[in-house]
Design a protein around this ligand. Structure first.
Ligand code: PLP
Length: 471
């Protein structure tokens, strides 16, 4: 045992100071954000609340280490423990998705979902090759080839030729027939499935046939649903896809990062994906994050996680039922996963207006395009997710109350719209921030939301009485 070494009293003293002492400014922001998360409702479908153990790994001393390369083949020394960690993470990733290590491999180094997707494209196709992904306004993600009439928006449309597929505006469901027809004309090298705002499951067998018809690769970006896939609450993309990417911080409930799974038995994908991640697209892996992923994957393989994922779906369905009961329209008439796309157009509201009132009452969600929207600038709906609420240990009866809060948001919005005297967003905000009836209702709802939320524990905070209160 070594005896305690005195803390130096020189230029290195700051290396030992607690953040609350050394940087109260940043510390207060962390405390405020903790209070915001504790006292508000988190309905953003791409977010979740990770565990204490994941945060401990993520905030660990592993952040100090460089480890370019792969386990056993590094460009830096001192990686004996990092090698074990990365191998363990790879093992756990395959196990969490029930994959045979002889058939599937995984790269656990991507910094995020976007970089995982770009690295996967880099591995699979050449610059300016053709890709087809679900269009952004139809529920796809930016990184699946998004562009507008005026601009190529993401690297996926700057470096590749992209043509989106769409949902049927009448049903909100993916129009696989139109996709097949357009694929025949466009002849993609890569078909991408997966989305950010699609409330239904994916027909991977059908997508495989479409890709095969063109000799194209099929890649799934299961970022949103990977926790549900791990728990067998959604179809598995692994049976039909060549490559599967995911973020690790959505339904999977880990730290912010990405993973790329690849078939080992096809076209040398293993070395192509690994080389695409490093050195093509990234430098040194974030080993602290990999440790967080590793812990999250252990959790995702637990029976308790299966219960969690089941409850995520049950909670989304329970919220949908309450919204239906109030006569609202939901895209695809409901949900099969963790998210709901709420079409506000029939009640004469926009996603932006609901988002504004929600923000004012501590409910966090986001405006979202719904099928058939004519203006990308004025989305006609909002997206609601149940993952974070379920991590706060809410069950059906609790989230039904959340849906009732959302119903109150609509009523306040209609009142504010009346008081505004115009359809302009600014007049609307002025109305509910003013002194009229809508402002009074906002204050009441904000208080009710807070009193409701603080009854539920916040993941990672063992003693909620230590949470500092603001506002
Ligand atoms: N892929 C999908 C389907 C997503 O929804 C997202 C983010 O929301 C990403 C990729 C990007 O992930 P990140 O923000 O980690 O880059």
């Amino acid at each position: 045992m070594s005896s305690s070494i005195p803390i130096p009293n020189d230029f290195n003293k700051m290396l030992y100071e607690d953040i609350s002492v050394y940087d109260p400014e940043v510390n207060e922001l962390i405390e405020k954000e903790t209070w915001r998360q504790f006292s508000g409702l988190e309905l953003i479908a791409s977010e979740n609340l990770t565990s204490l153990a994941v945060m401990q790994a993520n905030g660990s001393i592993l952040t100090n280490k460089y480890s370019e390369g792969l386990p056993g083949a590094r460009y830096y020394g001192g990686n004996e423990h990092i090698d074990v960690l990365e191998n363990l993470t790879r093992e756990r990733a395959l196990k969490a998705f029930n994959l045979d290590p002889k058939v599937w491999g995984v790269n656990v180094q991507p910094y995020s979902g976007s970089t995982a997707n770009f690295a996967a494209f880099t591995a699979l196709i050449q610059p300016q090759d053709r890709i087809m992904g679900l269009g952004l306004p139809d529920g796809g993600h930016l990184t699946h080839g998004y562009y507008t009439a005026k601009k190529k928006i993401t690297a996926s449309s700057i470096y590749f030729q992209s043509f989106p597929y769409r949902v049927d505006p009448a049903t909100g469901l993916i129009d696989y027939e139109q996709l097949a027809t357009n694929a025949n004309l466009f002849k993609p090298r890569l078909v991408v499935c997966g989305g950010s705002a699609y409330p239904r499951d994916w027909e991977y067998e059908r997508l495989r046939k479409i890709a095969d018809g063109q000799g194209a690769y099929l890649m799934s970006d299961m970022a949103h649903i990977s926790g549900l896939v791990a728990a067998a609450e959604q179809n598995s993309p692994f049976e039909y896809c060549d490559v599967v990417t995911t973020t690790t911080h959505k339904t999977l409930r880990g730290p912010r990062a990405g993973l790329i799974f690849f078939r080992k038995d096809k076209d040398d994908l293993e070395s192509r994906v690994n080389a695409a991640v490093f050195p093509a697209c990234q430098g040194g892996p974030h080993n602290n994050t990999i440790a967080g992923i590793c812990v999250a994957l252990k959790q995702a393989a637990e029976p308790a996680f299966k219960d969690y994922a089941k409850q995520v779906r049950a909670n989304a369905a329970a919220m949908a039922n309450v919204l239906f009961k109030h006569g609202y329209r939901l895209q695809t008439d409901g949900t099969a996963n963790h998210l709901i796309l709420w079409d506000l157009r029939p009640i004469g509201l926009t996603g932006s207006k609901i988002e504004k009132i929600c923000d004012a009452v501590h409910i966090t969600l986001n405006k979202n395009a719904v099928a058939g929207d004519t203006s990308a600038l004025v989305p006609g709906g909002v997206r609601i997710g149940s993952s974070a609420l379920t991590s706060r240990s809410m069950f059906e009866k609790d989230v039904e109350q959340v849906a009732e809060f959302l119903h109150r948001v609509v009523q306040i919005s209609l009142q504010a719209q009346k008081e505004a005297g115009s359809k302009k967003l600014k007049d609307f905000v002025d109305a509910f921030e003013g002194t009229g009836e809508s402002a009074k209702l906002v204050k009441e709802l904000k208080e009710d939301v807070k009193n409701f939320c603080i009854k539920f524990p916040l993941p990672s905070v063992v003693d909620s009485s230590t949470i500092k209160q603001f506002d």
